[in-house]
Ligand binder design. Structure first.
Ligand code: ADP
Ligand code: ZN
Ligand code: ZN
Length: 740
C-alpha cells in the first residue's frame, strides 16, 4: 500500500503530493498526520489518499516513518475545503491544511496532559471487611471509604483529603485491592459557572424567523441573512436553532467577531448547553486550545463558539453555521492565506448541507446586496423584544459648542444627560473609538507630532507613567520636555484618549464610579470579564471604553450612551470609513435602553450632515444602504470592483519602492495588449500610507479591478508573480481589511 502525502512545507515548489510506502504494521487513513523522510530531513505531512500502486519506481519510494496521532486529524470534508481554499486564496495546499489544525499541533509543540485516577477493585459486599482488616492504618481505612463508590477518583481530589495519599494507595495497589489509571485531562478554559435561566417565551418575530430557519435543517437552503435591530433578541434565535440541530444529532459552529467582545453570548450558550460547548480563540493558552480542539474532534463537544478560524472546527455532521455581527472586518484574515470566514462558512454550509445564518443589525453592503439579488434569504426582526422602544438619538454639532466657548470634550447636552442619568441611579456608557489618534503628542507652536522611530505612525501619550507608546510595534519612549523639532515647551498631548476622558469624568462626576475598558485595562486573561461583571453589578455608573464596548454587551441598567467623538472613524482614509462609522454608531446606540427603561444616545460630531452620521440618527438601515450602494457603484468601489495590492516590504524604502515599480511595469508589460487589461481600472505604485511598521519599509502597487468572471484568471497570474525574486518581500492582498 502507498500513501499520497502533502509535506508540511509552505512553498509553491513542493505544492504537490508525494508518494510514500506504508509499512505493514502501520494503519493509515486519509487525513492522518505522519512523519516522513524528505530529502535529507524528516518532515511532518498530511495523508491525502491511499492507493494500491505506485506510479513510479517502487525501489525509490521511501516509507512513512510514523503516525503523529492514531486518528485522522483532518476530516474528509475539511480536506476538500482545503483544496478549495488553495484555489480561492492562491496558496499552497499545505497552508490551507494548516488552517484546519491548532497551530500547536504542528511540530509536536504540545503534549497531551494526563492525570492519574484511582478506583477500588474490591466487590461492594467485601468493603466493610476490608476496612476492618486495615487495623490501625487509618489513612488506608479512609481511602477505602472514599473509594467505596467504585468510581474513578483523581489523585488530585484524593490528595485534598488525605495527605501523602500515594503511600496507602500504593499499598492497596500492591494487594490488588485498587488500581491506578492514567487518563487524558482536557484543560478547561471556562471562567466561572453560570446557571441556566428558564427559556424566555419567544417573541412573534423570533418565532417567525425560526419558522424559516428550522425547516432548513432538514432541507438545505441558500444562506440566510438575519437583519435584526439591536436588542431584537438575535442570540435567542441562535440558541433555538442550535438546540434543534443538537436534537437532530447535528453540531453547530457560531462565529463571533472577537471572543473577548462577547462574554455574555458565551455565558448564555454555556448555561444552556454546558460541556457540549467548546470555545476556540486566540486568548486560550496553547494547551487549552488544543484540548478544546480535541474535545470537538472526538465529538465530546458538538457546539463551537469561536473567532474567525473556528469556521474550520472539526465538527462532524454539521447542522448550522452562524456568523454573528457578520459585517465585522475581523472575519477577513489579515494573514496569508487571506480567507474570508464568511465565504468559507457559505461554502462549508453548502458542502455539508448545514444552515448558514449571517446576522447583524447593520449587515455588510456585500451581504445585503446578496440578499437583494436573491442569493441569500433575507429575514428580519425590525423591533426590540417586549416592544421596547429604540433609543432616542441626539446629534450634537461640536463646531457649535466651540463657537459658544465650550472647549471641553463634553457638549452641554452630554453633560446634562450624564448628570440626569447618574442622579437617577442609572448607568451610562461612553464610547471613544480607537485610542491612539486622540492622544498623540503635538507641538502647538510648530505643529510637529511625535512619531514612532520604527513605524510611521503617531505615538500615544500614556499619563500613568508619562511615556509615549507606539500601538503598532509597542515601542516606548519618555515624554520629551521640549519639542524635538523647535525646542519649544508647548508640546503636549492632543485631543482625548480614554485615560484623559476618565480623568475629566472623575473631576466632573466625583463618586460616580468609572470603569475604563481599553487595550491597557484588559490585558490580563480574564480582565475583560471582570470589568464587565463589575459594571453589571452596578459598582460603577459609567463605563468608558473603545470599540470593545460597542457591541455584544447587554446591560439592562444602561439608559444613556454617548459617542464622544463620532468623527474619528469617519476621517480614516479608507473607502469603508462611512460604512464602519455607521455600523459603529448603530452598535453603540444599541447598548442603550435594553432593559425596562428607554434609552437615549448623544452623538458628538463635527459633521452632522454626513450621510453616515445622519443615517445613524434615524437608524434607517435601508436608506443608508441605498446611499452607500449608489456611492460604491458610481465611484467604482467593492462589491463592483476589487481592491488588490502587492505589499512590498524591505529594510530600505528604496528597495520597497523599486520592487513596487518593477511589479507595476511587469503588469503593464504583461497585460497591456491582452483582454485582461480592461479589467484593470487603475494601477499605481506608491509608498504605503503607513510606510514603516516594525522597522520594515512598506510600498505597494495598488490596483482596482473590475469584478468580472475573467478577473480570477488575472488574479491567478498576479499570484504567480509573487513567487519570483525581488529586492523586497512581496505579498498579494485581495480586498484586504486595511489598505494602510
Ligand atoms: P441582539 O443580539 O439582537 O442585540 P440580544 O440577543 O442581546 O439582542 O437580546 C436582547 C435582550 O433581550 C437580552 O437581554 C435577552 O435576554 C432578551 N431577550 C431575548 N429574547 C427574549 C424573549 N423572547 N423574551 C424576553 N427577553 C428576551
Ligand atoms: Zn515644535
Ligand atoms: Zn512602532
Amino acid at each position: 500500500m502507498y500513501a499520497e502525502i502533502i509535506v508540511d512545507i509552505a512553498s509553491e515548489q513542493v505544492d504537490r503530493v508525494f508518494t510514500y510506502s506504508i509499512p505493514d504494521s502501520m494503519k493509515l487513513q486519509p487525513g492522518m498526520r505522519v512523519r516522513v523522510p524528505f530529502g535529507p530531513r524528516e518532515k511532518e505531512g498530511f495523508v491525502i489518499r491511499l492507493k494500491d500502486q505506485a506510479d513510479y519506481d517502487e525501489n525509490k519510494i521511501k516509507p512513512v516513518l510514523s503516525t503523529l496521532e492514531d486518528y485522522p486529524a483532518l476530516l474528509p470534508q475539511l480536506m476538500e475545503l482545503a483544496w478549495e481554499i488553495r484555489e480561492r486564496c492562491h496558496c499552497p495546499l499545505c497552508e490551507a491544511l494548516r488552517l484546519m489544525l491548532p497551530a500547536e499541533m504542528r511540530g509536536g509543540r504540545i503534549k497531551i496532559k494526563t492525570e492519574e485516577y484511582a478506583r477500588l477493585l474490591i466487590p461492594q459486599d467485601r468493603i466493610d471487611e476490608a476496612i476492618q482488616k486495615q487495623g490501625r492504618a487509618n489513612k488506608r481505612k479512609l481511602l477505602i471509604t472514599l473509594l467505596s463508590d467504585g468510581q474513578y477518583h483523581s489523585l488530585e481530589e484524593l490528595r485534598g483529603m488525605i495527605s501523602n495519599v500515594r503511600d496507602p494507595l500504593n499499598y492497596l495497589v500492591e494487594k490488588e485491592m485498587a488500581e491506578i489509571v492514567e487518563q487524558e485531562t482536557l484543560r478547561s478554559p471556562f471562567y466561572g459557572r453560570v446557571d441556566a435561566p428558564p427559556d424566555p417565551e419567544l417573541t412573534a418575530e423570533q418565532t417567525e424567523v425560526l419558522s424559516e430557519l428550522l425547516p432548513a435543517l432538514q432541507q438545505p437552503q441558500r444562506p440566510f441573512l438575519l437583519h435584526g435591530v439591536t436588542g431584537s433578541g438575535k442570540t435567542e434565535v441562535y440558541i433555538r436553532l442550535v438546540r434543534k440541530a443538537l436534537e437532530m444529532g447535528k453540531g453547530a459552529i457560531i462565529l463571533v467577531p472577537e471572543i473577548v467582545l462577547t462574554p455574555q453570548m458565551i455565558n448564555w450558550f454555556r448555561s444552556r448547553f454546558g460541556d457540549t460547548m467548546a470555545v476556540l480563540h486566540s486568548r486560550l493558552s496553547a494547551g487549552e486550545r488544543f484540548d478544546e480542539w480535541r474535545r470537538i474532534r472526538k465529538g465530546l463537544a458538538r457546539i463551537v463558539i469561536g473567532a474567525r478560524s473556528a469556521v474550520f472546527a472539526p465538527v462532524e455532521n454539521l447542522g448550522a453555521i452562524i456568523v454573528d455581527e457578520e459585517h465585522e472586518q475581523t472575519y477577513l484574515s489579515e494573514r496569508f492565506p487571506q480567507y474570508d470566514a464568511r465565504e468559507i462558512a457559505a461554502s462549508r454550509g453548502k458542502r455539508e448541507g448545514a444552515v448558514v445564518l449571517f446576522s447583524s443589525a447593520t449587515p455588510s453592503i456585500y451581504s445585503y446586496a446578496m440578499a437583494r439579488r436573491g442569493d441569500y434569504i433575507l429575514i428580519e426582526m425590525p423591533h426590540r423584544v417586549k416592544n421596547r422602544p429604540m433609543p432616542t438619538i441626539h446629534l450634537v454639532d461640536m463646531r457649535e459648542e466651540l463657537r459658544r466657548g465650550n472647549h471641553s470634550m463634553f457638549s452641554g447636552l452630554l453633560t446634562q444627560k450624564l448628570e440626569e442619568c447618574i442622579s437617577k441611579g442609572q448607568q451610562a456608557m461612553l464610547f471613544l473609538n480607537r485610542r491612539g489618534y486622540a492622544s498623540s503628542v503635538c507641538c502647538r507652536k510648530c505643529g510637529e507630532t511625535i512619531k514612532c522611530n520604527y513605524c510611521d505612525v503617531s505615538m500615544t501619550y500614556h499619563s500613568v507613567d508619562q511615556t509615549l507608546r507606539c500601538h503598532y510595534c509597542g515601542a516606548v519612549k519618555p515624554m520629551p520636555k521640549n519639542c524635538p523639532s523647535c525646542e519649544s515647551v508647548y508640546i503636549r498631548p492632543m485631543g482625548t484618549g480614554t485615560q484623559k476622558v476618565e480623568e475629566e469624568l472623575n473631576k466632573r462626576f466625583p463618586g460616580a464610579g468609572i470603569i475604563r475598558m481599553d487595550v491597557d485595562t484588559t490585558a490580563g486573561k480574564n480582565a475583560h470579564f471582570e470589568l464587565v461583571d463589575r459594571f453589571r453589578a452596578g459598582q460603577a455608573k459609567i463605563l468608558l471604553g473603545t470599540q470593545m464596548i460597542a457591541k455584544g454587551l447587554d446591560f439592562p441598567q444602561v439608559t444613556l450612551v454617548g459617542a464622544v467623538m463620532a468623527d474619528l472613524t469617519l476621517n480614516f482614509p479608507d473607502y469603508r470609513a462611512p460604512e464602519r462609522t455607521f455600523q459603529l454608531l448603530v452598535q453603540v446606540a444599541g447598548r442603550a435602553g435594553r432593559g425596562e427603561k428607554p434609552g437615549e444616545v448623544v452623538i458628538q460630531t463635527y459633521q452632522p450632515d454626513h450621510y453616515a452620521i445622519a443615517a445613524a440618527k434615524t437608524q434607517n438601515y435601508r436608506n443608508y444602504f441605498t446611499q452607500e450602494f449608489e456611492r460604491r457603484k458610481s465611484d467604482l468601489y467593492p462589491p463592483f470592483t476589487m481592491m488588490v495590492r502587492f505589499l512590498c516590504e524591505a529594510k530600505e524604502m528604496q528597495m520597497a519602492r523599486e520592487t513596487a515599480e518593477e511589479l507595476k511595469q511587469r503588469i503593464i508589460h504583461e497585460f497591456a495588449d491582452t483582454p485582461l487589461w480592461r479589467r484593470i481600472l487603475f494601477i499605481r505604485a506608491d509608498e504605503a500610507p503607513i510606510n514603516r511598521i516594525q522597522d520594515r519599509c512598506r510600498a505597494h502597487v495598488l490596483m482596482k479591478l473590475l469584478n468580472h468572471p475573467d478577473t480570477d484568471r488575472l488574479l491567478a497570474k498576479l499570484q504567480e508573480m509573487t513567487g519570483d525574486e525581488y529586492p523586497a518581500r512581496v505579498q498579494l492582498e485581495i480586498n484586504p481589511a486595511s489598505l494602510a
